[in-house]
Design a protein around this ligand. Structure first.
Ligand code: IPM
Ligand code: MN
Length: 327
């Protein structure tokens, strides 16, 4: 049976890189039925639509969602991010944002488990006396025991299948409420995983280690905002954001999970065939893993790592990887 995939090309380079991702999945011999959704900044500018509830309901029956990139400079910040991307993450309960960093020329081989539904992203806060000299803006961080624990459990399970080492990254020395909940939960769950070695790093120190000694990491678990920032840094130290892939997972499988490159829509190079599609292709491989097509996913990853596929140009890179995958 073909997997049913919702495809959201989005804005800028999104559709170009996603086309290569789909090309490589086809070359890997995995049957998929795709349904296209025209969503993102361009769609919003055309008719004001961001993400209708009917579309969200339609998605609940799909096997996965494959997304290029969304966002255009003409739309004010937050409209598409909150109304589309974060709405998908929250409403489909994609509570793990999994971002692997593997860079064979170096010792880098670690994964970040970013909590994906809470923290400062939850939208708690507001204005008082907006526009006056006494204006107040607050933006709280929401951390539930349930939300923290399920991300941490996912990370322990993941570490167990790798090198059995898990690092909690937070800022417990300053964020004494949320940090305390994270640390206590981490230490309690750790008792159930005596075979997994644990470590703790403050997020500022982790930034140094990402650059200086990334080989210390196997799996990292952290909150939403720290995970956002750290994974851009992770991309920068492991081959660049052009190859950084991600999965927004609903591990309970109560709905489809969503797979997207870490990079954005890069409007400055859109339509020029310059974007590196590798991040989208590797995100496609993560999608295949989650759909139980691990063999095809492994072949795609091997093809992406092949030095002969390091060409220039979106379609040329996609073609070279597709040929390798076919064998
Ligand atoms: C990411 C992006 C998003 C985030 C933005 C576009 C809302 O930066 O996926 O890392 O902050 O999560
Ligand atoms: Mn980000």
């Amino acid at each position: 049976m073909a997997h049913r995939i919702g495809v959201i090309g989005g804005d800028g380079i999104g559709p170009e890189v996603l086309a290569e991702g789909l090309k490589v999945i086809a070359a890997a011999g995995v049957a998929i039925d795709t349904v296209d959704y025209d969503l993102g900044g361009s769609r919003y500018l055309r008719d004001g639509v961001v993400l209708p509830d009917e579309v969200l309901d339609e998605w609940r029956d799909l096997d996965a969602l494959f997304l290029g990139a969304v966002g255009t400079p003409e739309v004010p910040p937050g409209v598409i991010e909150r109304g589309l991307l974060l709405k998908m993450r929250f409403d489909l309960d994609l509570y793990v944002n999994l971002r692997p960093f593997l860079y064979p020329p170096s010792d880098i081989d670690f994964m970040v488990v970013r909590e994906n539904t809470e923290g400062t992203y939850a939208g708690e806060g507001g204005f008082l006396r907006k526009g006056t000299p006494n204006e107040v803006a607050t933006q709280g961080s929401v951390n539930t025991r349930m939300g923290v624990e399920r991300a941490i459990r996912f990370a322990f399970d993941l570490a167990r299948g790798r090198r059995s080492h898990l690092t909690l990254v937070h800022k417990t020395n300053v964020l004494t409420f949320s940090g305390d909940l994270w640390e206590r939960t981490f230490n309690e769950v750790a008792l159930e995983y005596p075979d997994v070695e644990t470590a703790y790093n403050h997020v500022d120190a982790a930034c140094i280690y990402f650059v200086d000694s990334p080989d210390r990491y196997d799996v990292i678990v952290t909150d939403n905002l720290f995970g956002d920032i750290l994974t851009d840094l992770g991309g920068a130290v492991s081959g660049g954001i052009g190859i950084a892939s991600s999965a927004n997972l609903n591990p309970a499988r109560t709905g489809p999970s969503m797979f997207e490159p870490v990079h954005g829509s890069a409007p400055d190079i859109a339509g020029k065939g310059l974007a590196n599609p590798t991040a989208a292709i590797l995100s496609g491989a993560m999608m295949l893993d989650f759909l139980g097509e691990g063999g095809a996913a492994d072949r795609i990853r091997a093809a992406c790592a092949d030095p002969d596929t390091q060409l220039e140009g979106t379609a040329a890179i996609g073609d070279a990887i597709a040929v390798r995958v076919q064998g």
